[in-house]
Design a protein around this ligand. Structure first.
Ligand code: GRG
Length: 298
């Protein structure tokens, strides 16, 4: 890819990120029925400076299929709402018990535990309201709801979280660990890419490639996240590092070493890129997005 197009892609990505942030902010200005403190807590979590990777994946996959970002913004916001809910609940004392998230005190530290539970519940619920309201035609909205509910449900995100909690202080095999990563991390990236294609009316072959691309990317992303938990800096990460080891969690680097982890992460990205071939140059912004993440420091 030429330098000029890399710069253009970066500008495009920053513009998309801004559009995501603006639309998210619109979604969390509630009517008076929502208590002020709850609204404040939801805004605090959803509008915090996260990387917006999953909504960007929706929009870039949508673009790769010839769609316009404005037609997928609702889906992008719904996916970010699910992701943010999962972080808020994951940080609770009953789960990972974290004090720092996105560079700020976690929701339960700032607003109390009961409010943090309600923030997660509200975002989870609103994600499906947004899909039902904003996606057209109705048949596509129903399919989006089904895909996101499956990715967030008991066999994927929530099941992965339950398996992750049950695995504390147990030595896992690499297969056990990958099974957790597929559910906890890769399922939502896979759904994000798939939904980007679906809302651009992509055919079944293309949406299947996007789904697999997202899954492989998600697995690679989680390995890099594990490496950053060992080698990253809290100031860059915006969260406490070194916690995996402290909580007796098996991680990729702990099971196979740093070097094999990096190689596996790159291998997964190479496989993921194979699934973008069918899209030709229209997927260049998506490729560029992934390449930047492979080299990420946070
Ligand atoms: C509570 C149902 C439920 C699920 C929790 C998201 C999650 C599952 C746990 C958080 C801890 C973790 C390591 C999850 C793996 C996925 C991951 C690396 C999440 C962080 O995603 P980023 O880096 O976060 O995209 P930002 O803040 O940038 O959006």
């Amino acid at each position: 890819m030429a330098l000029g197009s890399l710069e253009t892609n970066l500008i495009n990505m920053q513009a998309l990120r801004q559009r995501i942030d603006d639309r998210l902010a619109e979604h969390v200005r509630y009517s008076p029925g929502c208590p002020r403190r709850l609204q404040e807590a939801i805004q605090y979590c959803l509008l915090a400076p996260g990387k917006r990777l999953r909504p960007l994946m929706v929009l870039l996959a949508h673009q790769a299929c010839g769609g316009r970002p404005s037609d997928a913004l609702g889906v992008a916001c719904a996916v970010e709402m699910i992701h943010t809910y999962s972080l808020v609940h994951d940080d609770l004392p009953a789960m990972d018990d974290d004090d720092l998230r996105r560079g700020r005190p976690t929701c339960h530290i700032q607003f109390g535990e009961s409010t943090a539970i309600l923030v997660g519940d509200a975002l989870l619920t609103q994600a499906f309201e947004v899909l039902a309201t904003e996606v057209r035609p109705a048949g596509t909205a129903v399919r989006c709801i089904q895909v996101l509910a499956t990715a967030a449900g008991a066999c994927h995100l929530i099941g992965g979280q339950a398996a992750d909690l049950a695995a504390e202080n147990r030595q896992l095999t690499i297969e056990d660990l990958e099974s957790i990563h597929v559910r906890k991390t890769a399922a939502l990236f896979s759904a994000a890419a798939y939904l980007g294609g679906l809302t651009a009316s992509a055919d079944a072959v293309r949406t299947a490639h996007l789904s697999e691309f997202g899954r492989l990317f998600g697995l690679s992303f989680q390995i890099i996240d594990d490496l950053l938990d060992v080698h990253g800096q809290e100031t860059h990460m915006g969260k406490v590092v070194g916690k995996d080891q402290g909580r007796g969690k098996s991680t990729y680097p702990q099971l196979v070493g740093d070097r094999n982890s990096r190689e596996q992460s790159q291998h997964l990205i190479d496989q993921a890129f194979g699934h973008l071939e069918v899209f030709g140059p229209a997927a260049d912004p998506l490729r560029d997005f992934v390449t930047r993440l492979v080299d990420r420091k946070h």
